[in-house]
Ligand binder design. Structure first.
Ligand SMILES: [Zn+2]
Ligand SMILES: [Zn+2]
Ligand SMILES: [Zn+2]
Length: 764
């Protein structure tokens, strides 16, 4: 048999993850000659050898790829036979049109971790130890192809020992761009007075730990930005942080040293443990055990806690267990209110000095800020709540090749999304766009992604709301660049996001139970409790909640008590003086509210399901005023008793979902002294039963079996789990978010999908 030659091209996350040395070693194992090189669209390989060896080589590429690699496609074709001495790694080829996905930042790997604590290792206790299988990526990359001079490590010249490792294909650090050691790499220090670097290295870590032991607040520069940390078992420390950060109640994320410690605090399935200890290392939000030593101020009114594991070597050194050191730390984003997380030393000094008692800093610049990701689990699978570090900028694969478009994203929980080929690049979590700094960050990030992934959008999809920052941005660009613009209704975007994620044919009609907070409707009112029938191109409203006024607009969102009274008013039910929301408002407020409702002054209509949850929460006395988004609904969910099976009646008036009987039954339960726990459970069960009843009607009327569940309300796991069980039992096919969050973070993906297909359609 004579040898043959083949060309292999591999697409996916194959750069900066040890792919070429892997191919190099694999080629040697199979007695192949030839070469491998990075191209800006992936990895190219040309090999010569026996046919059976080539086949085995191809199989092994997929079967034993390095841990951080993600192979999307492998294309192979025969080429004229060529002879090469041995197998080589050759220079990158960069063509301006090509692009490749970039690896997200990954948690410190097991090998680096054991070297970190090995006194014989030259990187013993070095806070920046990393290798091809772990460490910073996306947060330090300035340009592609991914190469050290194009990262924030360019300023650190490698010492001869590091360089030898970097250049040796047999080494774990071969072409690990952030490779460094104590002799040549970045270092840490502590600032007890902002701007004064008074302790370095081990002394800095020791002193930083002491701050935490004493209940003080520490600002820590991490991988994608700063954290504010304190002892999570000290109520005094937690309240001090809340007071200084002006954050009265929104839950704090936690970090514990190892899985065993986290297991003491929250209920973890095997799948949840795997997610927690994965290289992506997100915050995992799970039911908390009662009676642990976590301070009650960490997540007041909440029955879940969010934990993550130390994901950088610095976190490991800082959190090393000792008898006096806290078993869990609060690790919350280092920012002010709704501003983006701070990622630069000088900005941290300026903005966080009124919060932090000391700063643990380092001199490895963060090029791109990125928040921690947050996940929970549904049906044994990860369910995203916030998608950022470890996940962005990994694209979501699409079933068809898409034109280059931008989905500009929503106003709250903003992300944007760019498409190209069979990829949808949802950005990392950007945040609240009414904040000026966030908006600047947004503009910057879009241009950054366009450069990195070499995308120039031909069209932009944007929200119908005329005052949204992303809408203004879009209209500006459409004018300046002559692009096509496609307005996309907010809840249609939710539906489309679910469809793209699940590779549903864009022409296929499905139904969506889009239960959400706020979204601008096609009739100019505020939607949010919508049952939609449609596909990626278009959709219509099959059912929706009976609209009720939002007296005072945003004020009604901040004060669920107003929402409760407005809901009673809209349904013609009296404001009994014994009701909690009636008692919560002053006489004057009460009169103004009544006036607003009766004369229709600043009381826009909404069909929002999120607001209905707020109303019920206040009605039964759970939460009258909120200090963070969805607080009233979260606290209502936390109260629901698991074993309560009953539910309340409701009614359909044509396409309108009418809750009059539901409210009457809740009022009756209240007057008979039923517990909040029982009412909450029955209320949740009602919405699950309603979902089933509507799904059945849709099946009868439209012969549709596929039901998408999207919108912020589906972050309510009590509701989600019961709805899934009912709908699955009835034989429906459920589309649940697993790649993008069900909340407004998925809207940009939906906008991009709708825009891409409308653009294709119009061109035909
Ligand atoms: Zn490593
Ligand atoms: Zn070195
Ligand atoms: Zn939404």
């Amino acid at each position: 048999m004579s040898p043959i030659s083949r060309h292999i091209h591999i697409n996916g996350i194959v750069q900066g993850v040890g792919f070429r040395p892997f191919i190099y070693n694999l080629a040697h194992d199979h007695n192949l000659t030839g070469w491998v090189r990075n191209s800006s669209s992936g990895v190219d390989i040309e090999v010569t050898g026996e046919a059976h060896a080539l086949d085995a080589f191809l199989l092994a590429i997929r079967a034993s790829a390095p841990p951080l690699a993600q192979i999307d496609t492998v294309s192979v074709h025969d080429i004229a036979q060529f002879k090469e001495d041995g197998f080589k790694i050759i220079h990158s080829q960069d063509r301006p049109e090509d692009f490749i996905p970039i690896s997200p930042d990954m948690a410190v790997c097991a090998d680096c971790r054991s070297e970190l604590f090995d006194p014989r290792d030259r990187r013993f206790r070095y806070p920046f130890i990393n290798c091809t299988n772990c460490g910073p990526r996306f947060s330090i990359i300035k340009e592609i192809p991914y190469d050290r001079p194009k990262t924030t490590m360019a300023a650190f010249e490698m010492c001869p020992v590091c360089r030898a490792e970097y250049e040796n294909p047999a080494d774990r650090r071969f072409h690990a761009q952030p490779v460094a050691c104590p002799d040549c790499g970045p270092h840490i220090w502590l600032e007890q007075t902002p701007g004064v670097q008074d302790l370095a290295g081990e002394d800095a870590i020791k002193a930083a730990r002491q701050y935490l032991v004493e209940g003080k607040i520490l600002a820590i520069k991490g991988l994608g930005g700063f954290h504010l940390a304190c002892d999570a078992t000290s109520q005094e420390a937690v309240l001090r942080l809340r007071h200084r950060k002006h954050r009265p109640a929104k839950p704090f994320a936690l970090m514990a040293y190892d899985l065993e410690t986290v297991q003491e605090y929250i209920q973890l399935s095997r799948a949840a443990e795997n997610l927690l200890s994965s290289p992506q290392a997100p915050i995992v939000l799970m039911p908390a055990y009662k009676g642990t030593d976590i301070a009650p101020g960490v997540a007041p009114g909440n029955n879940k806690l969010g934990f993550m594991l130390p994901y950088t070597p610095l976190h490991l050194l800082l959190m090393e267990p000792s008898p006096d050191f806290p078993k869990a730390l609060v690790m919350t984003s280092g920012n002010l209110a709704e501003e983006p997380v701070i990622h630069q030393n000088q900005v941290a000094r300026e903005k966080l000095s009124s919060i932090a008692d000391a700063f643990l800093m380092h001199n490895r610049p963060i090029h791109r800020r990125i928040d921690d990701s947050v996940f929970t689990m549904v049906e044994g699978q990860p369910y995203p709540i916030r998608r950022a570090r470890g996940f962005a900028p990994t694209p979501i694969s699409t079933s068809q090749s898409l034109p280059q478009v931008l989905g500009a994203g929503p106003q709250m929980k903003n992300t944007f999304c760019l498409t190209r080929d069979k990829y949808a690049f949802i950005s990392h979590y950007i945040g609240e766009m009414e904040n000026w700094e966030t908006y600047q960050d947004y503009r910057q990030a879009i241009s950054d992604y366009q450069t990195l992934f070499r995308i120039s959008p031909q069209a932009i999809g944007y929200d119908l709301h005329p005052d949204y920052a992303a809408t203004r941005y879009t209209l500006e660009r459409i004018q300046a660049e002559g692009l096509k613009g496609y307005p996309v209704q907010h809840h249609h975007a939710h539906l489309a996001a679910c469809m793209v994620e699940h590779h549903i044919d864009p022409q296929q009609k499905i139904a969506g139970l889009i239960f959400d907070g706020t979204g601008y409707g096609t009739d100019g009112t505020i939607w949010g409790g919508e049952v939609l029938i449609g596909n990626t191109l278009e959709c219509s409203r099959a059912y929706s909640l009976k609209p009720v006024p939002l007296p005072g607009g945003d004020l009604a969102v901040l004060k669920p008590a107003r929402m409760a009274l407005s809901t009673l008013w809209a349904y013609g039910l009296p404001w009994e003086e014994s009701l909690a929301p009636v008692r919560a408002l002053s006489g004057q407020e009460w009169e103004i509210l009544q006036n607003q409702l009766e004369k229709n002054i600043n009381a826009p209509l909404t069909s929002s399901m999120g607001r209905f949850f707020d109303a019920v929460s206040a009605l039964i006395g759970v939460r009258m005023e909120i200090s963070y988004e969805a607080q009233a609904a979260i606290e209502l969910e936390a109260l629901a008793e698991d074993d309560e099976l009953g539910y309340y009646p409701w009614r359909l008036d044509g396409p309108q979902i009418n809750f009059k009987e539901t409210l009457e039954a809740i009022l009756k339960d209240l007057s008979q002294g039923a517990s909040q726990a029982a009412i909450s459970a029955r209320f949740h069960n009602t919405i699950a039963q309603l979902s089933l009843a509507i799904a059945e009607l849709i099946r009868e009327t439209y012969h549709i079996e596929e039901i998408a569940l999207s919108g912020g309300v589906w972050q309510n796991l009590y509701l989600l789990k019961r709805t899934i069980a009912l709908l699955k039992d009835a034989g429906f096919q459920l589309l649940i978010h697993h790649r993008s969050p069900p909340n407004d973070e998925c809207v940009s993906l939906g906008q991009a999908a709708v825009t891409a297909y409308r653009y294709l359609h119009n061109k035909e």
